[in-house]
Write a protein that binds this ligand. Structure first.
Ligand code: ADP
Ligand code: ASP
Ligand code: MG
Length: 525
């Protein structure tokens, strides 16, 4: 038995012993958390593989073997199921989306030489991957054709962009989504080479969105209907659908994207609409960790998180899960796992609807960088109702996402945090909305500070626990880190602080140490 299966079994038995199986999930035989959310007696897992997990031929072969093993070892041993169903979502190979965006930007600047060389590099990388996958000749030839066709299309889109001298959000979505359209073919072919029936599908057929290009929102009913009509028959025939992450299309077929890192979201949409029993997100880390391991080397994996906690982690910068990912899984009460494709034997993080206290009040520290602090201040604001409403109406009209809000108790200022790229237009909108108030000096100053970061301390058990804020502020004071603004969500699941971006990593490390999150025992249940 593989260590992978063994670890699943141990986990399952430990949970069973401790009565920690989630409610409403039937426990049947051996396996991970087992419930049948669909009426068919098949065990269904939707898995997503991120960019690094499909970043090379070796990584793609690892994906194929994970899928093989999961179906053989985990699903096959699930009692009372007569079939094993897996659906896959894949990202572009690591770095490819960035390269495509860079090519589109070069095109706007008329630098067709850079476009040419980027497309050349992408073509060579994908062709080299095909060669290294060691596929049958006809598979390789077909893949080579597909790669040439897609990158040729990307090239001509960039040429058109350069003629226009303008990159619209719509054009940007078509170009940036090409990476996933390439990678699905490689992964599907690798699965077929392992004897599994697999078929690449473009999510433009499945995920129907609004036309907010760059960060489109899926239309739930249409998307569900499309997914069920197209994908369920494949699952019943035991064909593995390999779906492009990140992309969708409007009702009239114009390609959109769900926002950077959006393949995680594709996975939970697909997983939920297929009534999956579980959703597994495979990345390059051992799950959600107590902090970004690139910043804090002794960060530890968190075994179990509630959906509310996971949402706070992702919202406040834990890149390992896209912020919108949690919702479809919560709504359908589907357990979500974050796993490491480079170490499949590691149990990773399990995200469940309800909280599972693990003796830690603070579960982790996160940071959001590249944000700006916007402040509206004036003595004339004191006691005047409706100022905050006017501030946030003006900001909402610009479609700017507000990440954190803080108001001084004297009501002399309201400050909030927005993405740095949106600070200029936020200021412009506010100055227009408060023009007459500024003339009357009720509002004296509207200004912004760039190069800010939000550092957040997250944990559901912080609710009602006294002394967390005190420890937090002392830790930052000891490091001589200045706090620009503080906010605590009414849920009390996080305390977030705005501080200078240059202090962010030091603050994360200091808080991680203060709350003793680096200790190996952390998260063990
Ligand atoms: P993928 O390509 O698989 O979607 P991402 O690069 O989007 O992967 O997300 C994984 C990365 O998220 C990790 O390599 C890690 O550096 C970063 N990260 C940030 N915060 C956390 C955290 N709290 N736990 C785990 N990873 C984190
Ligand atoms: N490839 C897309 C990105 O880099 C989506 C994803 O990886 O989730 O943003
Ligand atoms: Mg990601």
């Amino acid at each position: 038995m593989s260590t992978y299966v063994l670890s699943c079994q141990i986990q399952f038995l430990r949970r069973k012993e401790e009565g920690r199986l989630p409610p409403r999930r039937k426990q049947r035989g051996f396996g991970r958390l087992i419930h049948m959310s669909h009426s068919e007696s098949a065990y269904r897992i939707t898995m997503k593989f991120g960019g690094t997990s499909v970043g090379s031929a070796e990584a793609i072969r690892r994906v194929a073997s994970i899928v093989q093993q999961t179906r053989r070892n985990v699903l096959h041993t699930t009692a009372n199921t007569n079939s094993r169903q897996t659906a896959l979502v894949v990202s572009a190979m690591s770095g490819v989306t960035n390269e495509l965006i860079r090519a589109a930007e070069s095109a706007v600047n008329g630098d067709l030489g850079s476009v040419e060389s980027t497309m050349q590099i992408l073509q060579e990388r994908h062709l080299a991957t095909v060669a290294a996958l060691g596929l049958a000749e006809n598979e390789s030839l077909q893949l080579e054709d597909e790669i040439a066709k897609l990158l040729g299309y990307g090239h001509s889109l960039c040429q058109a962009t350069s003629v226009l001298g303008e990159l619209t959000p719509r054009g940007s979505d078509v170009i940036s989504g090409l990476g996933e359209r390439l990678s699905v073919h490689l992964v599907a072919a690798a699965l077929r080479s392992q004897g599994l029936a697999a078929q690449a599908i473009e999510a433009t057929e499945l995920i129907i969105t609004d036309d907010n290009f760059g960060a489109a929102s899926p239309l739930p009913d249409e998307t569900r209907a499309r997914i069920r009509a197209r994908v369920l028959p494949m699952l019943r025939e035991d064909t593995i659908p390999v779906v492009t992450g990140f992309v969708g299309a409007t009702r009239d077929g114009r390609p959109t994207t769900l926002g950077r890192g959006g393949s995680d979201y594709t996975a939970t949409i697909l997983g939920a609409d297929l009534d999956s029993d579980e959703i597994w997100i495979w990345s390059d880390v051992d799950g959600v960790m107590t902090a970004d391991p690139r910043i804090v080397p002794d960060a530890q994996t968190i075994d179990v998180l509630s959906c509310a906690e996971a949402a706070e982690f992702s919202y406040f910068g834990a890149k390992v899960i896209h912020p919108k990912t949690i919702l479809p899984a919560v709504e359908h009460r589907i357990p979500l796992r974050i796993l490491n494709s480079f170490d499949p034997s590691h149990p990773g993080t399990l995200i469940l609807a309800e909280t599972r206290p693990n003796g830690r009040v603070v579960k982790g520290i996160t940071a959001v960088k590249h944000v700006s602090q916007v402040t509206v201040e004036g003595r004339g604001m004191i006691g005047i109702p409706g100022i905050a409403a006017r501030v946030f109406t003006a900001v909402a009209q610009e479609h700017v996402n507000v990440l954190m809000i803080s108001q001084s108790s004297s009501e002399q200022s309201i400050c909030f945090i927005v993405p740095q790229g949106a600070s200029e237009r936020t200021l412009w909108a506010l100055k227009r909305a408060f023009e007459s108030d500024m003339l009357r000096h009720n509002v004296e100053r509207i200004w912004s500070q760039d190069d800010v970061a939000i550092v957040a301390v997250v944990g559901e058990q912080m609710k009602g626990t006294v002394g967390i804020a005190g420890r937090l502020f002392s830790a930052l004071a000891e490091q001589e880190i200045n706090i620009l603004a503080i906010a605590q969500g009414s849920s009390e699941y996080n305390i977030s602080m705005a501080l200078s971006a240059g202090d962010a990593d030091r603050a994360v490390r200091a808080l991680h140490a203060t709350f003793e999150l680096g200790q190996k025992s952390h998260g063990r249940l």
